[in-house]
Design a protein around this ligand. Structure first.
Ligand SMILES: Nc1ncnc2c1ncn2[C@@H]1O[C@H](COP(=O)(O)OP(=O)(O)OP(=O)(O)O)[C@@H](O)[C@H]1O
Length: 260
């Protein structure tokens, strides 16, 4: 049987007294594309940030490709992971954020090469070749020597995607990748994400307000509410299905708002 590439097991998260995630069990299979949908404040970003190692767990475990992310096994017991272990397991995870997070003092090429050289210890020449090929793929090879400030938001986001992809992650997390973009730049970024999704091998976790896009790309939708996944299934199974009323209510409210 195929093992999940990501496994959340009874994951809870509190901020002080506020419980944001409530004992979530959730698997992502290799190559699976999962969209997280739900009302504002329902915990989607927090759920993804635990996998990005940007927030720590309150309880439960997360495994990536069979390895514990936040824990290590020592003498048959699970203990808190060392920062070295966390760094190692995190290498399987690629992240793309709303606000690009490119290094402003590095050129586009240097941004894409940086983690390959410093984290993966790829020789510079090889990293340069891999990076240029990836920039070509996202349509930005001719911008290799410019600085991020000289790029449009859509171009910056495509560089951020290239930078994540060269690390060959097993899972890519897209957290609102188009929310900071002017509307006319959204399409070019979605197109790249769609291309990557169609290549198939990599699992994806996608948080977005681009509902049509999410429904098109996702193999599975997880609908969040109140810190739990209250409905899930493929878009085909869920859309207009009376057994998944929460998603359908959400989508009809969403469509009504967008057509105003
Ligand atoms: N660092 C933090 N400290 C305290 N509370 C937080 C923190 N981060 C998130 N929260 C709270 O956790 C809850 C879930 O937030 P989260 O951002 O995960 O929701 P979301 O579903 O992603 O919402 P949105 O769609 O608006 O981004 C909210 O009530 C939020 O205010």
């Amino acid at each position: 049987m195929t093992e999940p590439i990501v496994r959340y097991n009874q994951v809870s998260k509190y901020f002080g007294d506020l419980q944001v995630l409530n004992k979530i069990d959730f698997d992502i299979m290799p190559g699976e594309k999962v969209a997280l949908i739900g009302p504002s404040g329902s915990g989607k970003t927090t759920f993804a940030r635990l996998l990005m190692t940007l927030e720590s767990l309150s309880s439960g475990t997360i495994q990536v490709d069979g390895q514990y992310l936040w824990h290590e096994e020592k003498d048959g017991k699970l203990v808190k992971a060392s920062s070295k272990h966390l760094r190692e397991v995190r290498q399987n995870i690629g992240m793309v954020f709303q606000h690009f997070h490119l290094f402003p003092h590095m050129t586009v090429l240097e941004n894409v090469m940086e983690a390959q050289v410093t984290v993966k210890k790829t020789p510079e020449k090889e990293a340069e070749k891999i990076s240029k090929d990836m920039l070509d793929k996202v349509g930005l090879l001719e911008k290799a020597d410019v600085y991020p400030a000289q790029l449009s938001g859509g171009q910056k986001q495509r560089v951020a995607i290239a930078r994540a992809l060269v690390m060959k992650p097993k899972v890519m997390i897209f957290d609102e990748p188009t929310s900071a973009l002017d509307p006319e730049l959204v399409g070019e970024v979605l197109e790249i994400i769609k291309e990557i999704a169609d290549e198939g091998e990599m699992a994806m976790l996608l948080i977005t307000h681009e509902m049509d896009f999410a429904l098109e790309v996702a193999d599975r939708i997880a609908f969040f509410d109140g810190g739990k996944i209250v409905e899930q299934g493929s878009p085909e199974q869920m859309i207009n299905n009376p057994e998944t009323p929460r998603l359908n209510e959400f989508l009809s409210r969403f469509n009504a708002t967008n057509s105003l």
